[in-house]
Design a binder for this molecule. Structure first.
Ligand code: ZN
Length: 369
């Protein structure tokens, strides 16, 4: 396999057919970043510091059992967030967790032990693992017939339903704030599943106006309609498609805001700095372990990400790690040299984990032939 050529500023491979490259070998995202503020510096409200936000969350939580609901997957960033909220900010958290069919035993054990260690109350989301597995399997088989990036995204549809569950749980316990540990370098500018147009205009995605939210809702509906034209059989999954995109694709959709007006969401790492070294030190102190065969701590919570990366690479020429490291380089959080070095190991698809996912999905041995 030949080594892919990469953007000369970040490390985006030029095999990525979502992002155009200039003739000088620089990707459009880097070109745009030269003239705009790096998205990592955009915050929910530039007038407020992280401590102001935390204080506001604490005030709103007064007289209630919890200050906030926190989504935890057992993965690196959400575990780090939970520890920061409890130890650094002394917030009273209710940790909410869903064990997916692709959550390894190591990750599951990590989170159950760590919440006890931190003295945090814990609630599990009851979503059928078998339903989740069936949807993922169906979409992977459909992708095999005709590779389309939106089919890859639909495989992750069941996880989008968790956004609604988080609101439901917060509502039930009368908790006014839901906190997320979304990694800013993962969420801005490019996720490999978004379109060329979205990829170029996107930036500080969570800090969006109502107009932007409505526009995004219509854009999702139009992508869904196009997909139905190409895959008429998907009509059976229409409702899942609507729920996992238009209604609950993120915790910040127009619909969720309308449905639960008393509940606010806050992305901690959009205002608080996500410091990889501090994150790793915290995880070590907590005794967090990486699942066997996993090449990176990032996305270690979901073994489906291995097959997703493989499908994304074959469909649009890029993996999540390519996008993630490129975002970090572009935002000045990592040197290009370090990113190039790390992508060699951390960007590799783990054969062991891929095998595990294939077994869970009951895929044929000759699936990739
Ligand atoms: Zn670039």
């Amino acid at each position: 396999m030949s080594v892919p050529k990469r953007c000369n500023r970040c490390i985006l491979p030029n095999s990525c057919d979502l992002i155009p490259f200039d003739s000088d070998g620089t990707c459009k995202l880097c070109k745009a970043a030269l003239t705009e503020n790096p998205p990592a510096q955009q915050t929910a409200d530039p007038q407020m510091s992280l401590n102001d936000h935390i204080e506001r969350i604490r005030q709103k939580g007064k007289g209630r059992k919890y200050d906030c609901v926190v989504g935890v997957s057992g993965g690196r960033d959400s575990t780090y967030l939970l520890s920061l909220l409890v130890k650094r900010h002394q917030l009273r958290c209710l940790a909410v967790y869903y064990r997916t069919p692709f959550t390894s035993k190591t990750i599951d054990t990590n989170i159950r032990r760590i919440v006890r260690q931190l003295g945090v109350d814990f609630e599990e989301i009851q979503l059928s693992q078998e339903y989740h597995r069936k949807i993922a399997r169906k979409m992977v088989l459909l992708w095999k017939k005709k590779a389309h990036r939106l089919i890859i995204n639909l495989a992750c549809g069941p996880c989008k339903l968790l956004n609604r569950e988080m609101y439901r749980i917060a509502h039930r316990h009368k908790v006014p704030t839901i906190l997320y540990g979304t990694n800013i370098y993962e969420a801005v500018q490019i996720a490999p599943g978004i379109s060329k147009k979205q990829a170029v205009v996107r930036g500080g995605a969570q800090v969006s106006s109502v107009t932007r939210k409505i526009k995004s809702m219509f854009s999702l509906m139009s992508s869904g309609a196009q997909l139905l034209v190409e895959f008429p059989g998907l009509i059976r999954y229409l409702w899942l498609g609507v729920k996992s995109s238009v209604l609950y694709i993120s915790p910040h959709t127009f619909y969720l805001g309308l449905r639960y007006p008393g509940i606010k969401t806050f992305n901690y790492f959009y205002d608080g700095r996500w410091d990889e070294e501090d994150c790793q030190t915290t995880l070590n102190e907590l005794g967090w372990e990486r699942p066997p065969g996993c090449n990176t701590s990032w996305k270690a919570d979901c073994s489906f990400s291995e097959i997703k990366n493989k499908m994304l690479h074959q469909t649009i020429g890029i993996t999540y790690a390519d996008a993630f490291f490129s975002n970090m380089v572009r935002a000045g959080a990592m040197s290009r040299q370090e990113a190039l070095q790390r992508i060699e190991t951390e960007g590799k698809i783990s054969e062991q984990r891929l095998r595990e996912v294939q077994d869970i999905l009951e895929l044929d041995d000759r699936f990739w032939d």
